[in-house]
Write a protein of this length. Structure first.
Length: 329
């Protein structure tokens, strides 16, 4: 059984981070930096281990150094696993080669904007207010906004500070001050980015596949450990799975279901594959998630033809068509 057959995160940009590995132990340092204390160790270990951050040298992370807008963009683009090589040019004329791809990729998905239309100012220090906007926009956390006790949480950054506060990721510099205009340090950014990751992970939905049953030459039933929540449709589940058949002779057919539906109890997905008939064949049906974890179901229709009609909910049936839109929660 797969541990996770489906990861549905809060946004399209956060789906990729489900494959990041959380450090095994908070007490176990997985980085070479000598300037990282206990307060930042778990976050820096996680980010370094997953190649999200580097140090300012081989042995220094620069924990107490202020973070620049360019460095923040590189770290955030790494965290979201964005395509920094092929992103369209955002029009900023002051970007160096190290940060350009990351800034362009973040601009493409609407996470960042420039100081002007042609200037991003990558060398400018990042304020705590701007950091809140970066994180909230990147992970689409606006819905979690709550009134804060901070007397300095005003202006353009107010809604982002409220959203970050609502998630519990930040409690401010003091009980009444967020430190909106203060420069953020590399250590603080690591902690807040890691905290945001943990919040998104906890608030996300994992679906575990229990087993796969090939019920007929043109139909397969995928059973889940728990029922699919009501807010998700069959198309949302299918959109995160890959389907293939491996025959007894070793050949493989990849396919997309021609139609699919959830059973009334929402604990199973039934897929029809009239485009790949298993009649007269033997092998295994392979269901993979986006992390390439596979669950298989054996079949043998070489001697006996089997017919099955699982009890399905027709209101969730979709026919083959354009690629599905990713689910949100």
């Amino acid at each position: 059984m797969n541990k996770y057959s489906l990861f549905v995160a809060a946004t399209a940009t956060t789906v990729a981070i489900s494959s990041l590995a959380v450090p095994v132990s908070a007490a176990e340092s997985n980085h070479p930096f000598t300037d990282v204390g206990d307060r930042y160790d778990e976050a820096v270990s996680f980010l370094y281990e997953n190649e999200v951050v580097n140090g300012i040298s081989a042995t220094k992370f620069g924990t107490n150094q202020t973070l620049t807008r360019g460095d923040a963009a590189v770290i955030l683009a790494n965290m979201l696993m964005l395509d920094t090589d092929n992103a369209p040019d955002a029009g900023f004329k002051d970007l160096n080669a190290r940060v350009k791809g990351s800034v362009n990729a973040l601009a493409e998905i609407g996470v960042i904007s420039g100081v002007t239309k042609t200037e991003f100012k990558p060398g400018q220090t990042l304020s705590r207010g701007a950091m809140a906007k970066f994180l909230v926009t990147a992970f689409e956390l606006e819905e979690y906004a709550e009134q804060t006790p901070f007397t300095d949480a005003g202006g353009v950054f107010k809604p982002y500070i409220e959203a970050l506060y609502g998630t519990g990721v930040t409690s401010g510099k003091t009980s009444t001050s967020y430190g909106t205009n203060l420069n953020i340090t590399r250590g603080e950014f690591a902690n807040l980015l890691y905290g945001t990751y943990l919040f998104v992970l906890e608030d996300s939905y994992f679906l575990s596949v229990q087993d796969v049953q090939v019920t007929s030459p043109t139909q397969t039933k995928i059973n889940f450990v728990e029922a699919v929540p009501e807010e998700f449709k069959a198309v949302d589940v299918v959109d995160f799975l890959y389907f293939s058949v491996q025959y007894s002779d070793g050949s493989v057919d990849e396919f997309e279901p021609t139609s699919y539906s959830l059973t009334p109890d929402r604990k199973s997905l039934v897929i029809n594959h009239t485009n790949v008939s298993l009649d007269g064949k033997k092998g295994k049906m392979i269901i993979e998630d986006f992390e390439s974890e596979a669950t298989t179901g054996l079949f043998d229709f070489t001697a006996v033809k089997t017919s099955s009609s699982p009890n399905v909910d027709s209101s969730f049936t979709y026919t083959e068509g354009p690629p599905a839109t990713q689910a949100t929660k």
